[in-house]
Design a protein around this ligand. Structure first.
Ligand code: NCD
Ligand code: ZN
Length: 350
């Protein structure tokens, strides 16, 4: 095989992942653990993970779902609510297992009904997080129905993120799954002043623009929040991800929902990418001749931001066509991966 057909890189981590619970958890954990060493696990379960106690219990359920002998470290998060206390975030930090607190504006996305109604209510908690160095992970969309769905990230920056960072200049913030050139610009400029702000970028936002949602008909498996944007935004994201700027790193936002829940008159938001995540990212980086920049984005910058050691082992991807399965069996229902039935150009080798 030609040398440029093989890509060896340090084992990556996923800095934004949904694993769910119960039967779904059991099916998706092995897929992520096959490729990634660690993952920041989102707390938006049906009953959100709001306490250190429930985060540690959830962590045990994740570990129990791992195939025997698979080394994988779930990095837990708390779900911020109007009721979260400074004591709780201190307890979280002291546990050594909780690495961030997730801020969902109430109603922004899947299972966000318990999210924060007004961030001002969380001021004492944010002060504590700033003091103890626990990052705030932000779902950056306003929920005001008067704001166009496609503008909600930009409005969030202006109305919430800028005031938040002015009030807590030393708070570590991850702007999750950014989707617009405004977000890219904000994170890039912020990074000039300090090293406290970073952003995750999904594979699907690097590969697709909003046309994918309507290619020949409505395509529910491309529907996620924040929603796919115009091509100009995808280009800006791709440029940021491949720029080598350590403020941008990998977070798949792989968000499994059953086929039944996606293919519905009111389908759930979320793209399931855990099955072929690194292959999707490799394709995106390759598309602009930047495959050499993938390792920093996937394996180094996130660990550096979270103050965790970089992984040591290596993984291999080869350039090789394969077909993504149409669905995965969940026993009763099925799970449709992104690119189901289509061809991938890169393959992760166990
Ligand atoms: C996520 C989910 O399904 O939990 N959905 C999504 O579209 N990304 C929630 C989220 O990250 O917003
Ligand atoms: Zn998410």
């Amino acid at each position: 095989m030609a040398p440029d057909s093989t890509l060896t890189l340090t084992r990556p981590d996923d800095w934004h992942l949904h694993l769910r619970d119960g039967a779904m958890l059991a099916h998706v954990v092995p897929l992520t653990a096959r490729t990634f060493s660690r993952a920041i696990v989102m707390p938006n379960l049906d009953t959100p993970v709001t306490t250190t106690y429930s985060a540690l219990a959830y962590r045990e359920r994740i570990l129990a779902a791992l195939p025997h002998g698979t080394p994988f470290e779930p990095l837990m998060t708390l779900y911020l609510t109007d009721e979260t206390t400074p004591d709780e975030v201190r307890r979280a930090k002291d546990s050594g297992q909780v690495h961030g607190v997730k801020y969902y504006p109430a109603g922004a996305t899947t299972n966000s009904a318990f999210g924060v109604s007004n961030l001002k209510r969380c001021w004492p908690v944010l002060e504590t997080m700033q003091a103890i160095g626990l990052p705030l992970l932000v779902h950056g969309e306003v929920t005001d129905p008067a704001v166009d769905l496609f503008d909600r990230e930009k409005v969030f920056i202006d109305e919430q993120l800028i005031p938040l960072r002015a009030a807590f200049p030393a708070l570590r913030v991850v702007f999750e799954h950014i989707t617009t050139e405004s977000a890219v610009q904000y994170v890039r400029d912020g990074a000039r002043r300090d090293l406290l702000l970073a952003a995750t970028i999904t594979a699907h936002h690097l590969l697709y623009n909003r046309n994918a949602l309507f290619q020949g008909g409505i395509r529910p498996h491309y529907y996620c929040r924040p929603i796919l944007k115009r091509e100009r935004h995808r280009r800006a994201l791709l440029e940021a991800a491949t720029s080598g700027n350590p403020r941008f790193f990998l977070g798949t936002d792989s968000a499994p929902h059953t086929r039944h829940a996606k293919e519905s008159a009111c389908g759930c938001a979320g793209c399931f990418t855990a099955l072929n995540a690194m292959e999707l990212y490799a394709e995106a980086f390759d598309s602009v001749g930047a495959i050499g920049r993938l390792e920093g984005f996937a394996s180094f910058f996130g660990a550096d931001f979270y103050g965790l050691p970089r992984n040591r082992e290596k993984i291999t991807l080869i350039r090789c066509n394969w077909t993504v399965p149409q669905e995965l069996d969940l026993g009763g229902d099925t799970l449709v991966p992104l690119r189901a039935g289509e061809t991938m150009a890169w393959k992760y080798i166990d």
